[in-house]
Design a protein. Structure first.
Length: 433
């Protein structure tokens, strides 16, 4: 009993450990709370309280990292200002401007969390949040009278009732699991049950894009694990070639409709793909010159938006219901930021690739350089057919975390320890992270 008291006492007197536990709980609960919240119902006061929670629970403040990465923050702030002006001039109603503020706050909140020194606790928080979402989703499913308390009856719609949003949460859990298992392989047995739980939920969702995204995650994880011992210059060439190939294939699939149709036939998604083409074309046709250049911020899909009204008329004539998004992360990002914003986002993506590829120089930093890749690949694949990144608070939060990891990776390459002076040019040992 005395030993137990001593152990508990040492835990409660270890302020760094308590802050890490606070970070894990804050990330997990935020993911769970944001999961079912539509983008127009987030209370700004709640978000500000969550910001304070994160500032308290985040270990080793990252102010020095942020100062070192001025170009990243200039691009991010530039996109925010652009979206704010576009929202004001295109549809300056109070609700639209409030939405722009909320998106910005949640994104910056994610960046604060993502730039913390101990990435594993952030990953643990995302895993906790995803487990909470799936667990509560199954509780709702079993309590549905139509399912008669059976795992095998009815359709699993999860906690939010939206399959695509449940899929985002499950894939986020998978990405977190892969990285945590790579950081500590001894935990395979502990996470085996969690992995089986996610797999069973994914099967119940029965979404083709879900299986493709999961396959992409597994292939990416295996590839990075196999390549991490190679010389960084060889890996850089491999990554450049692979990225270019994926970009060309994705662009060709969107622009060359017969090719996209053939892919849809193989996947059994011909009707769904054809409907998405109709949505994308109607959205892009209604942008106008100013929308093409500057975007519409958060005003395009507002209830009183004339642009959305034109889209809805086109969809109704095609026998489709009205939507509040374009069913494509890429189309919605273009609608929000226009050509100028997409150029800034492209620059951020380039910095992301450069920083993560540079970390291949260090063979034992799997979590730091592989984790952003896993989430990046997950969102890239899922974003072709869904708008979960652009239209939901969890998407904004996850995008911010990815950006924070870019900030952290840049500091790690320069031998910086967040919140401490740069006393050495030698990279920080991954085991201290």
């Amino acid at each position: 009993m005395n030993r137990l008291r001593q152990k508990l006492g040492s835990w409660f007197h270890d302020s760094a450990r308590l802050r890490n536990i606070g970070l894990l709980l804050a990330v997990g609960l935020t993911w769970f709370v944001f999961h079912t919240v539509p983008r127009d119902e987030i209370n700004i006061n709640v978000v500000l309280v969550l910001v304070l929670v994160f500032l308290v629970s985040t270990p080793d403040k990252s102010s020095q990292i942020w100062m070192e990465r001025k170009i990243v923050w200039c691009l991010i702030l530039g996109m925010m200002v652009l979206a704010g002006f576009a929202t004001f001039f295109v549809g300056g109603e109070t609700s639209n401007l409030r939405m722009w503020v909320l998106v910005s706050v949640v994104f910056v909140l994610g960046a604060i969390v993502g730039s913390t020194r101990d990435v594993r606790w952030v990953l643990g928080g995302l895993l906790l949040g995803a487990v909470l979402v799936v667990s509560y989703g199954w509780l709702v499913h079993l309590n549905n009278p139509l399912n008669s308390g059976s795992f095998f009856q009815g359709v699993f719609m999860g906690y939010s009732g939206l399959e695509s949003y449940e899929l985002l949460s499950i894939l986020t859990g998978f990405a977190s699991l892969f990285s945590l298992l790579a950081a500590k392989p001894i935990l395979w047995g502990l996470f085996a049950t969690v992995g089986a739980f996610f797999t069973f939920s994914l099967v119940r969702l029965d979404l083709t894009v879900g299986f493709i995204s999961t396959f992409a995650l597994v292939i990416t994880a295996v590839t990075i694990a196999a390549l991490k011992k190679l010389d960084s210059r060889r890996v850089e060439k491999f990554v450049a070639l692979g990225t270019a190939s994926v970009a060309v294939l994705a662009t060709a699939s969107l622009l060359i409709r017969p090719l996209a149709g053939a892919i849809g036939d193989i996947l059994g998604e011909t009707t769904s793909l054809r409907d998405r083409f109709t949505i994308w074309d109607s959205v892009l046709d209604s942008l106008g010159v100013s929308g093409l250049i500057f975007g519409h911020g958060t005003a395009f899909w507002a209830l009183d938006s004339p642009f959305a009204a034109v889209v809805h008329e086109t969809l109704q004539s095609a026998g489709l219901p009205g939507f509040g998004h374009a069913h494509s992360m890429y189309v919605d990002l273009f609608v929000a930021f226009g050509i100028l914003g997409i150029l800034a986002a492209g620059a951020l993506a380039f910095l992301f690739l450069r920083e993560t590829v540079g970390l291949w120089e260090i063979s034992d930093r799997w979590v730091l350089y592989a984790t952003p890749w896993l989430f990046f690949v997950m969102l890239a694949v899922l974003g072709v057919s869904e708008s979960v990144l652009a239209s939901r608070p969890n998407g904004w939060f996850l995008a911010g975390i990815l950006t924070g990891w870019v900030l952290l990776s840049g500091a790690s390459r320069r031998g910086l320890t967040p919140g401490k002076p740069n006393v050495s040019k030698k990279p920080v040992d991954a085991r201290s992270l």
